[in-house]
Ligand binder design. Structure first.
Ligand code: 4AD
Ligand code: MG
Length: 479
């Protein structure tokens, strides 16, 4: 028998006394006899037991942390503590050596998250990052499962586009022109007519506009892909490259949109709780230990698993921006000027300190804010009759702030064009988008969920750089 069996399967299997081949990386080797083998299928290691004298001293020396090995042996009940079964080795082969003098991941000293970020190409091999990225995988799978079960069409929207879906100008230029000697127009500006696509193009900030085109044919669509923002935000919640899930639904109003978003978030979190229990428990334990180092008032009230269960079992609080502003104006940190940005009047954009106050201190649960001032929201949002607000909704989460941004869309052609003109958007170049309002326009809505912010919440990690394999942030694009 030469087919490799994964460690997870062996540890789950009730049977013993059968032969297997296992392959993986050595996490530790002690007493010249016990190998802790990890193959990435679970954080739990498989204990391999070597018969004394069964391998040569030369091979023994090469059994170091990080080395890749293949073992043929028998699964037997374990007499030692900490594992139900172990593998008695019959044959061992070293597939790849790992120099213990140079290998950066020795078990002795637990490396810091900051250090592991510098060696992100190796950090998957730690328990923490093993757990995080298995959970990330499960969440991605759960996203597709949720929408598939509801008959949504997964629409692949373009990565390279000529439009700025959010109208915020935070785009990365895509160009093949020679930066040292670009062709110029008569006015001395770069002539993008000469560029690869014959016009100025950029990496997409959102797939929404194309999603809307799909929704006008399929009814319900979603995109799930990378999006790019050249915003210079060096925070623990911003990436320059992040993955976004954007459903877009014909015939939905704002309330339908909120209901879907809430059901969606609960569904994927529930799926992770069911399918990543071990990894979540590992991260919960890790957080608990971290918490013990903090002063009492900074410790979290709930453990990670309880926190996730709390979100599943409670309705999100829904209120308008206007109601939230009143709460914030009268809040302690606002009156005592503890906020960095004091809320003085209606119309102020909410900073993450305000969002977190509402969620963590005031309501103590996820919050959906609706009907924001139109001046601080994107052009495509449906205008309310008051002339001041739009049918926007943001979902705010504890420890995260904004996790979802969405809205009902303005389906009225004239209102939409007027708003685009007010905001100096290139109406002529977006004729294709306006066709959705020319031909069979209907009420519709959608939202965007930042996938990394979701993973951040579910794993309980504190920095978004630790929940995407290779983070891209200002001044950093390693690996
Ligand atoms: O609120 P945003 O900008 O909304 C949109 O892009 C809409 N087109 C969505 C839609 O209605 N289809 O972004 C949506 C979400 C945010 O709530 C946040 O979770 C995440 O995307 N996000 C970021 N995540 C990480 N790094 C960044 N720089 C992010 N910017 C937004
Ligand atoms: Mg937003």
């Amino acid at each position: 028998m030469s087919q490799r069996v994964k460690v997870r399967q062996i540890l789950l299997d009730e049977n013993t006394n059968y032969d297997v081949v296992v392959k993986g990386w050595i996490r530790s080797f002690r007493n010249n006899q016990f190998i802790a083998l990890n193959d990435g299928s679970t954080n739990n290691n498989l204990q391999i037991v070597l018969e004394p004298g069964s391998v040569t001293p030369e091979v023994l020396k090469r059994l170091t942390t990080g080395a890749a090995i293949s073992v043929r042996g028998t699964v037997i009940p374990s007499l030692g503590k900490g594992q139900r079964v172990e593998v008695k080795a019959v044959e061992l082969e070293i597939l790849g050596d790992c120099d213990p003098e140079k290998y950066p991941l020795q078990l002795k000293n637990r490396p810091s998250l900051e250090y592991l970020r510098e060696i992100a190409h190796l950090r998957f091999r730690t328990n923490t990052f093993g757990a995080i990225f298995r959970i990330r995988h499960t969440l991605a799978f759960a996203v597709h499962k949720f929408f598939n079960e509801r008959g949504f069409v997964y629409l692949h929207t373009p990565i390279i586009t000529a439009s700025d879906a959010e109208g915020a100008g935070e785009m990365f230029r895509v160009s093949t022109l020679d930066p040292k000697n670009p062709p110029l127009t008569e006015n001395g500006e770069i002539d993008y007519k000469e560029d690869f696509f014959g016009k100025a193009t950029n990496l997409t900030v959102s797939g929404q506009l194309e999603g809307e085109l799909g929704a006008m044919a399929f009814g319900d669509v979603y995109t799930f892909g990378p999006t790019f923002r050249a915003e210079n935000s060096n925070t623990a919640r911003h990436l320059a490259e992040f993955w976004m899930i954007e459903p877009e639904m014909a015939f939905y109003d704002l309330e339908d949109n909120m209901n879907l978003a809430e059901a969606f978030i609960k569904s994927v979190i529930g799926y992770a709780l069911e399918n990543n229990r071990e990894d979540l428990e590992f991260l919960a334990q890790r957080l608990e230990e971290e918490d013990k180092q903090k002063p009492q008032q900074e410790r979290s009230e709930l453990g990670l698993i309880q926190k996730l269960e709390f979100v599943l079992n409670n309705e999100f609080m829904r209120l308008t921006y206007t109601e939230a502003i009143d709460i914030l104006k009268n809040s302690k940190p606002n009156k005592s000027k503890k906020f960095d940005y004091i809320i003085e009047e209606w119309g102020a954009d909410l900073q993450s300190e305000h969002e977190r106050y509402l969620v963590e201190k005031h309501f103590k649960k996820p919050v959906i804010l609706t009907d924001y001032p139109k001046a601080i929201k994107a052009f495509y949002m449906k205008q309310n009759d008051d002339g001041k607000t739009v049918r926007a909704m943001d979902i705010l989460f504890p420890g995260i702030g904004e996790i979802v941004g969405g809205s009902q869309r303005e389906e009225n052609y004239d209102k939409l064009v007027t708003r685009m003109e007010e905001m100096h958007l290139p109406v002529n170049e977006m004729s294709w988008y306006l066709d959705t309002r020319r031909y069979g326009a209907c009420p519709h809505a959608g939202f965007g969920l930042g996938f990394e912010r979701l993973v951040l919440f579910v794993t309980g990690m504190g920095n978004i750089r630790d929940v995407i394999p290779f983070p891209r942030t200002p001044k950093s694009a390693e690996f």
